[in-house]
Design a protein around this ligand. Structure first.
Ligand code: HEC
Length: 132
């Protein structure tokens, strides 16, 4: 009885992770970060922290129908390299006008990690890698 519930719970957690694209089929994805000139493992601790910061510090303006003059932004509005460029060059209007000022360099790096794993071109039909 207890055992059956445990199995159901494990399956539920697995499905939840799968739906988030966080199960990499045993393969870790790496992102080369041009800012720090280092490779970053796209692990849950980074992408989850990035997801939370993206929701609180980017989607706070970029939600649909906002009155802040910001376009509706989705994680797949950019390719993986496109997101890297946004964070490396910081040449989007909000990065230049100080809207990113309260975010630390580490905050920005994990938001970049999150967006990289959810970018437009993360799913490659030619490879056996899962989404993300
Ligand atoms: C204070 C409001 C505000 C916040 C917070 C904010 N933005 Fe913006 N953002 C804007 C405005 C306004 C523009 C210029 C209009 C536009 O193109 O959406 C813009 C433009 C952009 C663009 C260019 C739009 C496009 O599709 O070409 C990107 C990309 C972007 N923001 C990403 C981000 C990210 C990533 C964050 C979080 C780190 C963020 N923004 C936080 C207001 C904001």
């Amino acid at each position: 009885m207890g055992k059956k519930i445990a199995v159901v719970a494990v399956v539920a957690v697995f499905l939840a992770l799968l739906s988030q694209g966080l199960v990499f089929a045993g393969e870790t994805t790496y992102r080369f970060d041009p800012q720090s000139q280092s490779s970053r493992a796209m692990e849950y601790k980074n992408t989850w922290a990035g997801y939370k910061l993206y929701q609180s510090s980017c989607k706070s303006c970029h939600y649909r129908g906002n009155d802040k003059g910001a376009s509706f932004l989705e994680t797949d509005s950019r390719t993986m390299q496109g997101w890297n460029k946004v964070f490396y060059k910081k040449n989007v209007p909000c990065a230049k006008d100080g809207s990113w000022a309260k975010l630390s360099p580490e905050d920005l790096v994990v938001i970049n990690d999150y967006l990289y794993t959810k970018a437009y071109d993360t799913w490659d039909p030619r490879s056996n890698k899962s989404c993300g």
